[in-house]
Design a protein around this ligand. Sequence first.
Ligand code: ADP
Ligand code: TRP
Length: 322
Amino acid sequence: MKRILSGIQPSGVLHIGNYFGMMEKMINHQASADLFCFIANYHAMTTVQDGPTLSKNTFDTAATFLALGIDPEKSTFWVQSDVPEVQDLTWALSTITPMGLLERCHSYKDKTAKGIAANHALFAYPVLMAADILIFQSNVVPVGRDQKQHLEVARDLAIKFNFQFGDTFTVPEPEIDDNVAVIPGVDGQKMSKSYGNTIDIFTTKEALRQTIMTIKTDAARVEDPKDPDKCNLYAIYKLFVDENGRQEMRARYKNGGLKYSDVKKELTELIWNKFEPNRARYEELSRNPDEIRRILKMGAEKARAVAKKTIGEVRGRMGLEY
Ligand code: ADP
Ligand code: TRP
């Protein structure tokens, strides 16, 4: 059975970009794969530098994932820092990482261009991510397109290590769904916690309604025919309906007479109903941090057993055992 692994940073409230880009796929994979799913709190430390906030976000991310359907009995679900062996591997991989490989990574350049302080951990971020993937011998890594380059770093390092020290790591494959590669935010840019343009998964109906109302649309008049493929509102709408629903909405755009405010009302209902079955579980978990802790510790034990085996091999091959 294939091992499928991915992680998500607890850097803020989870949104529908995270859901369609990564979470939904992970949850669906549980049926047929050996799923490893973790909360990347070491990674989040590169940008969230307030202890109580990071800790709260970690609980909230766990509650969201569990409420959406991650089954901790079937899958391995844990918090990154509960498996500290990954840091040991990060150092080992750092010693074979050419500077140029990291200098080329656009995620670092994008983040610093946005004003995030250029700390060393932010620069070395892809090496820790490679360690996450390789320590668990992952076959497949589902991520949004923004993470593609980081996956290439992980593959490069696996191949290089195997060549220099002998076959140790599985070389992972990315899984990127082109249909939902980049979900736009309410302003039309990539939806991201750090751009303040998100539509959150679990929120109140009123907050959801208000957010949807801020989705940017063009200044076309009601009677004008409109192009759905140029409309940010449609790009979000289409995620929540099937092919028939898409065709119907496309016809309404093209025929003229469409009011964006009507589409926004319909979209609010669609999003609300989509996550309705999961809302009670989310609220219940949010009130029970001990239950979340218990689930995460159980996951960390399972993950740690795998990590220990890999790191043992790495230490041996690199000469740390004597
Ligand atoms: P954010 O940009 O909001 O901080 P993360 O970087 O923590 O989100 O991303 C977590 C996961 O969700 C990654 O796999 C990422 O590719 C995916 N993801 C985030 N935003 C989007 C988006 N707008 N469209 C598609 N996938 C996304
Ligand atoms: N960098 C990823 C993101 O921001 C999160 C992440 C950390 C990850 N380690 C990983 C994803 C390992 C996949 C595999 O979304």
